[in-house]
Design a protein around this ligand. Structure first.
Ligand code: ZN
Length: 230
């Protein structure tokens, strides 16, 4: 019997690493993305390029259809720097970055679960991690456990990055697909909050200044210094 998985796939480093993991483990892999009215379309464009090439890097033949959910209504709910042109910084009241959209991951996973159920998939992959940014409440292990409880028991939520640092996430990509996959993820994924896809650095494209770029640079440097090839 063929094994099917659904991957929440944004076109960033984390979800692309998850996609690679799923393609290696499952016979049929479907991707789900969310258009929630992002300020920058570049991540959505990266998704298409990554989907077109990742299997040639991995030597797999498992990739199936992509579903892009239109959740623009979500933008109406949130004063969020990802959908509105304000600066990305820490909110002094909530101690969360202004990029935080309350419950975003829960909404995405709930939609993915409905899709997975329809496809007869046995697992959903999500790139959420506790090391992510400034502790988004809906990226925490306990939130994911609550989700597990709310699902059919046959559907697993796979979180391969849950306890990994950004450096360890690069290392995981190396383990899955060697240097070829690491280079592919570095060159093709997008993380920058400012939507900068013109400036190329050792660690990939980005403005180099926003919180996402700073985190990505730090993770890459730690990976190269301590983990690469070991
Ligand atoms: Zn940036």
């Amino acid at each position: 019997m063929s094994r099917t998985a659904v991957v929440l796939f944004s076109g960033g480093q984390d979800s692309t690493t998850c996609l690679a993991a799923a393609l290696k483990q499952y016979d049929a892999v479907y991707t789900v993305g969310v258009d929630y009215g992002q300020r920058h379309r570049v991540e959505l464009e990266c998704r298409e390029r990554i989907r077109a090439r990742i299997e040639s890097i991995l030597g797999t033949h498992s990739l199936k259809d992509d579903l892009l959910l239109d959740l623009k209504a979500f933008g109406q709910l949130s004063d969020c720097a990802l959908t509105k042109p304000e600066a990305i910084e820490m909110n002094e009241k909530t101690h969360l970055p202004t990029t935080f959209v309350p419950g975003r991951n829960l909404i995405f996973i709930t939609y993915a679960a409905a899709y997975a159920w329809k496809l007869g998939a046995e697992a959903i992959f999500t790139g959420v991690g506790q090391a992510d940014y400034s502790g988004y409440p809906d990226c925490r292990e306990n939130t994911m456990k609550a989700l597990d409880l709310g699902m059919e028991t046959s559907l697993r939520i796979e979180r391969p990055l849950m306890n990994l640092s950004k450096a360890e996430t690069w290392k995981l990509a190396e383990t899955i697909g060697g240097d070829a996959l690491v280079s592919f993820i570095r060159d093709e994924t997008h993380t920058c909050y400012e939507g900068d896809h013109t400036h190329f650095h050792d660690w990939g494209y980005g403005c180099g200044k926003c919180p996402a770029c700073v985190l990505r640079e730090k993770g890459w440097e730690e990976y190269v210094a301590n983990l690469k090839g070991r």
